[in-house]
Design a protein around this ligand. Structure first.
Ligand code: TRP
Length: 332
């Protein structure tokens, strides 16, 4: 059986990059896979979070999943901290993961910065917890972006290390689920940087709850270069902003980049930006308003999470018991 596991951190400002790069593809996967979509709050606290904002962001990510079309009957949606076995399996994995493997993780180096001694143990162990997330459900396929590939490879290594150490074939080796259609959405202020929740500039990203006017304003102000749009895809070389905006248009309209470049060949940015604002508002408008409706009904959102926690918890409890038996913990 194939099972998808993926997650997003509840750290605010869900944006177009989260939608086109992740959530939209998850919606397509739910037909063919058994899917578990998590709101990874345990991961969020690897850096300081305001408690009220964390709770709010947890509901917001849940609302975004539902508003984007994830079916809460077919899929499991839950927040990580409600299933205690994530932390428990992470401990077991932490005991079989060599420090050398963690020392290679580039995201830790980036996030810890120069003051590495001040970084928390949780930030360091972040990829071990991520491996536990996936393997707790024996996930086989993990849709992740480029930036999480190294963590996923570590999850495979940990699964292999566990199986070898205990001479079992217990955990599957999870595979990255790569999409032809997943779009790496870049900042509207700098076409070489990923669109990010944490960018200081609101004009760098289109939030899923932005209304049509805000979307149009941000696209109008998006960085460009002095030339008109190119005649062919080759002409995008060295023009990251043009490539990003055309790529967003292609993703939003389900067209190929080639087709979109053809459509706007030689056009001025201003003309193209008007068209882009229209399609962005058409796609995001209904999602944003559904998110707002759900956010106004937190009892409903919480009920969805509770149902998800029950379903996830049942699988997690069964698997962790098996793991504890393999490890040799006495069940008196
Ligand atoms: N680390 C992922 C990110 O920041 C989030 C995440 C946590 C995740 N656990 C996961 C993604 C398990 C996929 C599978 O994007």
């Amino acid at each position: 059986m194939n099972r998808i596991f993926s997650g997003i951190q509840p750290t605010g400002n869900l944006h177009l990059g989260n939608y086109l790069g992740a959530i939209r593809n998850w919606v397509k996967l739910q037909k063919d896979f058994d899917c578990i979509f998590c709101i990874v709050d345990l991961h969020a606290i690897t850096v300081p979070q305001d408690p009220a904002a964390l709770r709010q962001a947890t509901r917001e990510v849940t609302a975004a999943y539902i508003a984007s079309g994830i079916d809460t009957d077919r899929c499991i949606i839950f927040n990580q901290s409600t299933v205690a076995q994530h932390a428990e399996l992470a401990w077991v994995f932490g005991c079989i993961t060599p420090l050398g493997w963690l020392n290679r993780m580039t995201q830790f180096k980036e996030k810890a910065g120069k003051q590495r001694d001040n970084a928390g143990l949780g930030l360091y162990g972040y990829p071990v917890l991520m491996a536990a997330d996936i393997l707790l459900y024996k996930g086989t396929h993990v849709p992740v972006g480029e930036d999480q590939k190294q963590h996923l490879e570590l999850a495979r290594d940990i699964a292999g290390a566990f199986n070898r150490q205990f001479s079992v074939e217990y955990f599957p080796l999870p595979e990255p689920q790569i999409f032809g259609t997943a779009t790496r959405v870049m900042s509207l202020r700098d076409g070489t940087k990923k669109m990010s929740k944490s960018d200081a500039s609101e004009f760098s990203r289109i939030n899923l709850t932005d209304d049509a006017a805000a979307i149009a304003d941000k696209i109008r102000r998006a960085k460009t270069d002095p030339n008109n749009l190119p005649e062919d895809v080759k002409g995008l070389e060295g023009r990251p902003e043009a490539e990003n905006l055309l790529g967003i248009y292609a993703a939003l309209t389900d067209k190929t980049l080639e087709a979109v470049v053809q459509e706007f060949a030689g056009a001025q940015f201003s003309t193209f930006k008007g068209a882009l604002a229209d399609v962005a508002a058409a796609v995001l408008g209904p999602i944003g308003s559904e998110m707002k409706r759900l956010m106004a009904d937190p009892a409903h959102v919480d009920a969805v999470l509770r149902k998800g926690a029950d379903k996830a918890g049942a699988i997690a409890a069964r698997h962790l018991r098996e793991v504890y038996d393999i490890v040799g913990f006495l069940r008196p």
